[in-house]
Design a protein around this ligand. Structure first.
Ligand SMILES: *[C@@H]1O[C@H](CO)[C@@H](O)[C@H](O)[C@H]1NC(C)=O
Ligand SMILES: *[C@@H]1O[C@H](CO)[C@@H](O)[C@H](O)[C@H]1NC(C)=O
Ligand SMILES: *[C@@H]1O[C@H](CO)[C@@H](O)[C@H](O)[C@H]1NC(C)=O
Ligand SMILES: *[C@@H]1O[C@H](CO)[C@@H](O)[C@H](O)[C@H]1NC(C)=O
Ligand SMILES: *[C@@H]1O[C@H](CO)[C@@H](O)[C@H](O)[C@H]1NC(C)=O
Length: 442
């Protein structure tokens, strides 16, 4: 082998090895039962050994608290399976809830030491809190959210608590829908973050042309519009996916075939090994199958997926083509300013259980309603006394629209490093005035 080839290979390996790839993991099963260490261990092992693919060795969590108190049992499971962690601090439980999360995190650092902290690739302070507090989220009864100042306050509290610990330099971010990120009123959150976590689900963009054929272009638009307001900070893909089953959403049809197309085009062709990506999701159908269901393994947890995950027919487009990046950033800037009011969430909610922890029954009730919301993620909250409020969800999406353009953070746009297709201003204009909402009621 020529040395130049070897060098090129070495360079490509060193580039990709730094990129994380994994799934989202709720704190509960979708019947509300609380996951214990063995559940997380089984999930992490299944993800690692998925037939036809490899490298799904990172896990995004929504909460750091185990129902009943203390650090979530996903932590020892991650240690025993060498699984990287994108930890989550649930913010919508209020200041007391944030403190419970911080206490669990600092306890985990003390209990597990560097065998834990060496696995932590990031920490998300909140999940879709801004979306839930947006007009669309409120109209959709998405549940309790948090405003930008509460998230920034939580970020500062976490940083203070982590000072002097082995997690003092952990990259801190926040996860929200792309529609929340392009809202110029939320820029304080982006400014407080080291990285931006973006959730985007073209399937739920039911007021758009959102058939699977448009899946990739809608996703890329969402990504680039988020990037355009990120002030150059990395944009991580914290949730995306296409359902394998369930009712249609506009022109979006849930099917295994479409889930494979989306996996191939968005996962293999854009995200995997190029951008930190947490797919939605490994499993959401145990013990019952939600509608829609996004899990790639179905009801029975195993390493056998419902469709071919191999990316074998896909050639990834470079995410670092500087010529198209400039064009894309420029289009995204325009789109963000004209559609800052798009709002809308694009998330499933299903029984994966996104967690959240409360200090007492009041908080638990609050979290139950949070979980019932459209966050997409699902699940339920847990109170420190171990009570878990089961959720079941009914899609009840609604859409309304306000298309008032408002100022956005686009003036802070820096050149995007992502290429993909340039955003079509006219295509995006269709989004303005189209709010989408997904409601999952308890
Ligand atoms: C790859 O393409 C061939 C030919 O179109 C098809 O038969 C095969 O199923 C595809 N494989 C995957 C993994 O998509
Ligand atoms: C992306 O492109 C820029 C400009 O050509 C270059 O400086 C940078 O190293 C590239 N990044 C990667 C990860 O290839
Ligand atoms: C924009 O964000 C602010 C702060 O989170 C929120 O109050 C407002 O409702 C959002 N507007 C839209 C259109 O989502
Ligand atoms: C836990 O809190 C819930 C909600 O307030 C309450 O209904 C339940 O009885 C409590 N359980 C225990 C064991 O204290
Ligand atoms: C329970 O939680 C609610 C909401 O966080 C809080 O207002 C209330 O003071 C708490 N009650 C107790 C007894 O801690």
């Amino acid at each position: 082998m020529r040395s130049s080839t070897i060098l090129a290979l070495a360079a490509s390996f060193s580039t990709t090895s730094a990129v994380s790839k994994g799934f989202n993991y709720g704190a509960t099963q979708n019947d509300g039962s609380v996951k214990v260490e063995a559940d997380f261990t089984a999930e992490f092992n299944a993800a690692k050994s998925l037939v036809g693919t490899s490298g799904f060795t990172s896990a995004r969590l929504y909460t750091t608290v185990q129902s009943g108190g203390g650090p979530i049992s996903a932590i020892p499971a991650a240690i025993s399976t060498s699984t990287e962690l994108l930890l989550g601090i649930w913010v919508s439980g209020g200041a007391a809830g944030v403190q419970t999360e911080i206490d669990a995190l600092t306890s985990a650092i003390q209990t597990y030491g560097t065998s834990f902290t060496d696995l932590v690739i990031g920490l998300s302070i909140g999940s879709e809190d801004l979306y839930r507090n947006s007009p669309t989220g409120i109209a959709a009864k998405a549940g309790v959210g948090a405003d930008p100042s509460a998230i920034v306050d939580a970020i500062n509290k976490v940083k203070t608590a982590l000072a002097g610990t082995t997690l003092a330099n952990v990259p801190i971010g926040h996860v929200d829908t792309w529609t929340a990120w392009v809202n110029g009123s939320n820029t304080a959150v982006a400014e407080a973050c080291d990285w931006i976590g973006m959730d985007a689900y073209p399937f739920f963009q039911s007021t758009e042309a959102n058939a699977i054929d448009q899946g990739k272009s809608l996703f890329v638009e969402a990504y680039q519009n988020t990037q355009a307001m990120s002030a150059g900070k990395p944009v991580w893909i914290t949730e995306t996916g296409w359902p394998v089953s369930g009712a249609a959403s506009g022109a979006g049809i849930a099917s295994i075939a479409n889930a494979k197309t989306y996996w191939d085009e968005v996962g293999c062709g854009f995200a995997f090994d190029q951008i930190n990506t947490f797919w939605y999701t490994l499993q959401d159908a145990y013990p019952t199958t939600p509608d829609p269901s996004f899990g790639v393994v179905g009801t029975t947890l195993s390493s056998t997926p419902l469709f071919d995950l191999s990316c074998s027919n896909i050639t990834a487009t470079s995410t670092n083509s500087s010529s198209t990046a400039t064009e894309a950033a420029s289009s995204a800037k325009t789109a963000a300013s004209s559609a800052a009011s798009v709002g809308g969430g694009l998330s499933p909610s299903q029984g994966a259980g996104n967690g959240g922890s409360g200090l007492n029954g009041t908080a638990s009730t609050t979290l139950a309603s949070v979980a019932a919301g459209s966050t997409g993620t699902s699940g339920s909250g847990s109170s420190s006394n171990g009570t878990y409020v089961a959720t079941s969800k009914t899609a009840a999406g609604g859409a309304s629209s306000t298309s008032t353009a408002s100022s956005s953070s686009s003036s802070t746009t820096t050149a995007s490093s992502n290429s993909g297709s340039a955003i079509s201003g006219s295509a995006f204009a269709g989004l303005a005035g189209a709010l989408l909402a997904m409601v999952f009621a308890l």
